[in-house]
Design a protein around this ligand. Structure first.
Ligand SMILES: Nc1ncnc2c1ncn2[C@@H]1O[C@H](COP(=O)(O)OP(=O)(O)OP(=O)(O)O)[C@@H](O)[C@H]1O
Ligand SMILES: [Mg+2]
Length: 138
């Protein structure tokens, strides 16, 4: 499904629907693809807001992941932009992260060799901004 998101409030609306759709999940892997500045972190911030997380800390800067607890649910926001090789991903303990029962939001997931449950692609051109959500087979 493709959504046109010319404004932040349009992104917010999609984020609200998205949060509704995933709020009962205990484990879910969501990949966010798209060039620099296309709106990945913004979308994660809004989704987390609607899930009930009011202390969003932006993209992780000193590690690869920020973790949030919401009642019995764990949410892990990863940004792998600065990771250059699969070896360094492994050294950072990427496997241990994915052993957890959590909802994973992963920006720059290219080096990961796992399949996401949901894939979101962000596109920004001179004239339009869009996001495409592929819900997989669920
Ligand atoms: N729908 C939108 N309408 C207008 N501006 C937007 C929209 N979504 C995001 N932005 C703006 O675009 C800028 C970049 O957004 P964001 O940081 O979310 O991108 P990103 O894809 O996470 O970038 P990076 O690849 O660097 O992590 C921000 O200033 C944000 O406010
Ligand atoms: Mg980002």
């Amino acid at each position: 499904m493709i959504y046109w998101v010319k404004t932040l409030s349009q992104t917010k609306k999609i984020a609200k629907e998205f949060a509704q759709n995933i709020k009962n999940a205990k484990r879910l892997i969501i990949f966010l693809q798209g060039d620099l500045g296309t709106g990945k972190t913004t979308f994660v911030r809004f989704v987390l807001y609607y899930l009930g997380i009011k202390d969003f800390r932006g993209s992780p800067s000193f590690s690869i992941a920020n973790e949030y607890l919401l009642n019995d649910k764990k949410i892990i926001h990863m940004d792998l932009y600065r990771v250059e090789t699969k070896e360094s991903l492994l050294n950072m303990g990427i496997c241990e992260y994915f052993e957890e029962n959590a909802i994973f939001f992963v920006e720059w997931p290219n080096l990961l060799e796992i399949k996401p449950d949901i894939m979101i692609k962000f596109i920004l051109t001179n004239t339009q901004r869009s996001m495409e959500i592929d819900w997989g087979s669920n």
